[in-house]
Design a protein around this ligand. Structure first.
Ligand SMILES: [Zn+2]
Length: 69
């Protein structure tokens, strides 16, 4: 089931209900694209947290090189 979502156009103030799953819904009145409010919420949740890769810091073993003359 797709729940209809009320959309309010930012440009002309037109209000309508849509069942669109698209992120951007075009206004039937002025044809301008308005962001889908529900999709906006979803995208915010979908934001992936940057996975921190634990890099093991290997201490550099500085062996003293024998200097040959
Ligand atoms: Zn509009």
């Amino acid at each position: 089931m797709v729940e209809p979502v009320k959309i309010n156009c930012d440009k002309c103030g037109y209000e309508w209900w849509t069942k669109s799953k698209m992120k951007w819904v075009s206004c039937p009145n002025c044809q301008s694209k308005t962001k889908h409010p529900k999709k906006e919420e979803e995208t915010e949740k979908e934001e992936k947290k940057e996975e921190k890769t634990e890099e093991k810091e290997e201490p550099e073993k500085r062996g003293k090189m024998g200097v040959t003359y």
